[in-house]
Design a protein around this ligand. Structure first.
Ligand code: MG
Length: 163
């Protein structure tokens, strides 16, 4: 059995915060506002994985009003989410992502971002891809006020479950 999962997220960009994508810090004057570290890409990927496995969503597992997740490393949340998905017997076929922001340029950092996601998911980097778009100057993303991430994953059920 195969299942598709979709995740999306958006964070405000503010001065004085680091700009983090999948645990990779990009040089930028502004970064994601958030209760956790604001890693918009990690959050979208978590929701894609949890959605494909019909296990829940990021807000249920890591509530934004819970002090435990204040300034949390979102890649840790991703690894925990993947462990739940894997324990339910799923393996990753592939993950495809899109990051939409005006600045900074994401493309020069694509390979390190892919590698970071692949490591968290214990997958070959060839199964993970990341693309970057701009908002063409339109709306909050185009005005540099926000960054958005979208992720789609395909999972395949194996016979193995453990817990
Ligand atoms: Mg988020």
């Amino acid at each position: 059995m195969m299942r598709i999962g979709l995740g999306c997220d958006l964070h405000r960009l503010v001065e004085g915060r680091p700009f983090i994508l999948a645990g990779v810090r990009l040089p930028s004057a502004k970064g994601e506002m958030g209760h956790s570290d604001g890693d918009v890409l990690a959050h979208a990927v978590i929701d894609a994985l949890l959605g494909a496995a019909a296990l829940g969503d990021i807000g249920e597992f890591f509530p934004p009003d819970d002090p435990e997740w204040k300034d949390a490393d979102s890649m840790k949340l991703l690894r925990q989410s993947w462990a739940k998905v894997k324990a339910a017997g799923w393996r990753l076929v592939n993950l495809d992502c899109c990051v939409i922001c005006e600045v900074p340029k994401v493309l020069p950092h694509r390979e390190v971002i892919r590698a970071s996601l692949a490591a968290a998911l214990e997958a070959d980097p060839q199964k993970v891809f990341v693309k970057a778009k701009t908002g063409e100057g339109l709306g909050p993303i185009g005005e540099g006020l926000a960054v958005e991430a979208e992720a789609v994953c395909l999972l395949e059920k194996t016979n193995q479950t453990y817990e």
